[in-house]
Design a protein around this ligand. Structure first.
Ligand code: SF4
Length: 416
């Protein structure tokens, strides 16, 4: 296996401390330009630059789920002006086609206007990269483009996350892992002697070799609560830029009203020396960046809080099934009882880690197949919402693209 390492950023430091640039209140395009142009961008001259947004889901622009297209537009314009060749690449979550996501979120149209290549990073093979000293994982399958481009820029959305606390520039690199190998990080057994969830340790492991050269965190419209896809859009109008992704994530956490020390993958990574999260050791420009702090509603500790009569048995599921289920419950959680008249509680299982489930459980996704005799099994990886609807209502669904945000109106019609 060929070793890889994306960790050394060529962007020059003007001090010993990592620098984070925060811009706000001028819209996504100008905020992004204003942050990037404070940096010495000479390292991009003559280089091939890969922009890695959060384009992993089909969602409308402005939903807080995917990177705002005007942030990408600004990044293309600024890096080209600095002499770079620029492309945009993504490997989305299970069940989503890359080009469908680029289209839906508005990145395809800004790329077309600028004649900027869009890359489906799942289309080709991967390279397996070892992670020396990895605790939860010892290798990852990395999309080839990540190694072929000179510089990789992580451009996530500022979001709370149900399972990892936040998802920012360090975690956004998970979208550089090939096809369903991303899922593997959600299926890991507990790590002996460690109290953190294996997914958190695995993200820290991944960041030992797969850190972006530059981070541009899009807080134009963030997501609070049940991120990464079922939370509430939070208009914020902030951009955070740094060559140290841990520093960028740490300052973003502060802006969101949380702290990197409370986010396990950031804490573990910084303890191992992959980046700086101590805000006293980070130079933030401008000095008055605190003025823009606006706490995001945290993710609920437990889905039972959000859905009191629905018991979720979530063991080792991945984002795709979580998204399908969360969006389904968010819109139809109350009406689900119409189809379970004799039950005061409804049990729903996702993920492959459930050793047993109660009789009558709604088993969602192929990972729950071992329990299919116990209740209602909805196959798929992930299943689309129409399959859940069909299974519980006994009526055929009219929708073929649900499970995606844009399908919600159609799903509603099914119930009306
Ligand atoms: S069935 Fe669901 S949880 Fe299992 S791998 Fe597929 S998407 Fe992930």
């Amino acid at each position: 296996m060929k070793p890889i390492r994306l960790s050394d950023s060529p962007f020059k430091m003007i001090s010993k401390l990592p620098i984070v640039y925060v811009t706000a209140r001028n819209g996504p395009y100008f905020n992004t330009c204003a942050a990037l142009t404070q940096m010495d961008l000479s390292p991009v001259q003559g280089k091939r630059v890969l922009l890695k947004p959060n384009a992993g889901r089909v969602a409308p622009p402005g939903s807080g789920i995917t990177t705002h297209p005007q942030v990408i537009a600004a990044a293309i314009d600024i890096f080209r002006k600095a002499g770079a060749e620029v492309a945009i690449g993504e490997s989305p979550i299970m069940g989503v086609k890359t080009m469908d996501a680029f289209d839906a979120i508005g990145i395809a149209s800004i790329a077309r206007e600028r004649d900027c290549p869009l890359i489906d990073m799942d289309a080709r093979r991967y390279i397996e990269a070892p992670i020396p000293g990895g605790i939860a994982i010892d290798s990852i399958k990395v999309c080839l483009e990540v190694l072929e481009y000179d510089l990789v820029i992580s451009i996530p959305v500022m979001k709370m996350h149900m399972h990892t606390g936040v998802t920012l520039s360090v975690k956004n690199m998970k979208g550089c892992l090939w096809r369903r190998s991303k899922v593997d990080l959600h299926m890991l057994p507990p790590v002996k002697g460690r109290c953190e969830k294996p997914i958190d340790i695995a993200i820290a492991d991944m960041s030992s070799i797969l850190r972006p050269h530059l981070s541009i965190i899009d807080g134009t419209i963030g997501m609070e609560g049940m991120g990464p896809s079922a939370g509430k859009a939070k208009p914020f109008d902030v951009i955070v830029v740094s060559a140290d992704p841990f520093a960028a994530d740490s300052i973003s956490c502060e802006l969101m009203g949380t702290h990197a020390k409370d986010i396990p993958h950031l804490r573990i990574g910084s303890e191992r020396g992959y980046g700086v999260t101590d805000i006293d050791s980070i130079m933030v420009k401008p000095d008055n960046w605190h003025d823009w702090i606006s706490p995001f509603e945290p993710p609920p500790d437990n889905l039972k809080i959000e859905f009191p009569n629905i018991k979720i048995l979530d063991k080792n599921s991945c984002s795709a099934c979580q998204s399908t289920l969360l969006l389904f419950l968010k819109h139809y959680g109350n009406r689900i009882f119409d189809y379970f008249p004799s039950n005061s509680n409804v049990c729903i299982a996702i993920g492959k880690g459930n050793e047993d489930v109660p009789d009558g459980t709604l088993c969602i996704g192929n990972c729950t197949a071992p329990h299919k005799e116990k209740g209602t099994f909805i196959p798929g990886c992930p299943p689309v919402s129409s399959r859940i609807l069909t299974a519980i209502s006994g009526k055929p669904s009219i929708d073929s693209e649900d499970g995606h945000i844009e399908g919600q109106d159609k799903i509603r019609n099914h119930f009306s």
